[in-house]
Every structure is written in structure tokens, then in C-alpha cells.
Design a protein around this ligand. Structure first.
Ligand SMILES: [Zn+2]
Length: 237
């Protein structure tokens, strides 16, 4: 069972559109963890894309006291009032944060990352939230020093694999932190980012497209995370 997710991380519209177009091209489903108001995300094909939330609470821990946890959460909930899932930027979480997500009516959270773990299983938290862990993330793949010619996770239909891609890394075909550090200086400039795209070695974009092709060629059904959460709840009453 394969599920794709994307953490949008404030990418410019052209960069988001590029990743969404690739999902469309191969007719593969994806859960979008949105960070901000984007017309590309709002217009995304509902048959393929689920919109979930990706709030950033880091400022609260960096001494920026001009904001509050509730304000940050309410702001992104106002943009996407129908979102049922949530993954925080940098995976910040705590017992009270998870409780708040349950109180706000979310169905699932995906804040637990188990790199390359085999056979993920959703499970229910004390507050009724379904926890859906994930086991692959682009930037962590290069932090391990792994090549992007192999995702190193099971694509077997019997075991759950959840991918997390960032549109910025798909766009510039990131293969290491040096390329990303350079790209960060031009984060809002798609033309410059395109010039910085990796063409030398396999990168995030190459792997991403290979995975989409693999799913299409083998008629592998893909799922959004809300599909997985609802299916889990139906079978675990
Ligand atoms: Zn993020």
C-alpha cells in the first residue's frame, strides 16, 4: 500500500504546480500538507489531492512571542476549513498539541517519522486521533547519504509505505544539502531555481518520477492519508 504526501513549506506557486502536475500526469493520489493560501492548492483536483495542514509552531520556541499556538493553528484552519489531517512543520508535537488537534476535530495526524521502517501501521491515540506514521522523506534521504537511484523502502502492496516529498526538492532535483542551501537564497525565484536544478546525479525529482512511473506501470493503487485513516477507523471500531 503506497501513499504519497507533500509538505508544501511555502514554496512559490510555480514550484507547487510543477509537483502537482506530475501527480496529475501519472494519476497518482497525494495528501498535500499546506502551509499557506495558494490558488494552485485550492484548485487542485479533488479526485487526486487531499488537502491537510502543515502549521509552523517553531517561532513560539524561538522567542517570537507576537503569536500564539492557537493563532497559528486557526490561521491555517481558516484557509483550509475542511482539512481532516495535520502534520506540523519540523514535526513539532507534544501531548497537549496532539490533544488540541483532537479537540479541533482532526481525524488523523502524521507527525511520526520512522525512516525506512517496514510495514507501517496506523493506530489510534488516546484522544481518538488516528496516527499515521511515514517512512520516507527527501531531505532525510540525503542526510543519510543515500543515493536517489533507490528509495530503500518496500513498494510491496501488502505493506504500508508513506512518502513525504517537498515540491522545492522535486523542482531542483535536490541530491544534497549543498544544492538546497544554494537554492534557499533564491527560494521565491522559480527561474533561478530552475537554473540550479541538479542535472549531474540522480536526485529527488528523478526518484519521484520513477516512483510515479512504477505505480502507474504496475497499476498500483495509491491512497490519500484520509483514505487510510477512514479505512482504519472502519475496521477498528
Ligand atoms: Zn515542513
Amino acid at each position: 500500500m503506497i501513499a504519497f504526501s507533500c509538505d508544501i513549506d511555502w514554496a512559490p506557486e510555480e514550484v507547487i504546480e510543477d509537483t502537482l502536475n506530475l501527480f496529475e500526469l501519472f494519476k497518482i493520489k497525494c495528501t498535500i500538507f499546506s502551509t499557506h493560501n495558494s490558488s494552485i492548492i485550492s484548485k487542485a483536483n479533488k479526485n487526486l489531492f487531499e488537502i491537510a495542514l502543515h502549521p509552523n509552531f517553531n517561532d513560539l520556541f524561538n522567542g517570537n512571542l507576537n503569536n500564539s499556538f492557537d493563532n497559528i493553528l486557526d490561521e491555517i484552519m481558516d484557509i483550509h476549513p475542511y482539512a481532516k489531517g495535520i502534520r506540523t512543520h519540523t514535526l513539532m508535537q507534544s501531548i497537549p498539541i496532539l490533544q488540541k488537534f483532537a479537540d479541533k476535530g482532526f481525524i488523523y495526524e502524521s507527525n511520526n517519522f520512522l525512516p525506512y521502517h517496514t510495514d507501517l501501521k496506523p493506530f489510534k491515540l488516546w484522544n481518538g486521533l488516528v496516527r499515521i506514521p511515514y517512512n520516507w522523506e527527501d531531505d532525510v534521504h540525503w542526510n543519510y547519504g543515500y543515493s536517489f537511484d533507490d528509495a530503500r523502502v518496500s513498494l510491496d502492496s501488502n505493506s504500508l509505505t508513506v512518502f513525504d516529498f517537498h515540491p522545492i526538492h522535486v523542482f531542483i532535483n535536490t541530491e544534497n544539502k549543498y544544492r538546497y542551501n544554494e537554492a534557499k537564497k533564491h527560494y521565491k525565484d522559480p527561474q533561478k531555481l530552475l537554473e540550479l536544478r541538479n542535472k549531474e546525479v540522480p536526485g529527488t525529482r528523478d526518484l519521484f518520477i520513477n516512483l510515479l512511473k512504477h505505480c502507474k506501470q504496475n497499476s498500483i493503487k495509491t491512497y490519500t492519508l484520509i483514505d487510510i485513516a477512514e479505512d482504519f477507523l472502519k475496521n477498528n471500531k
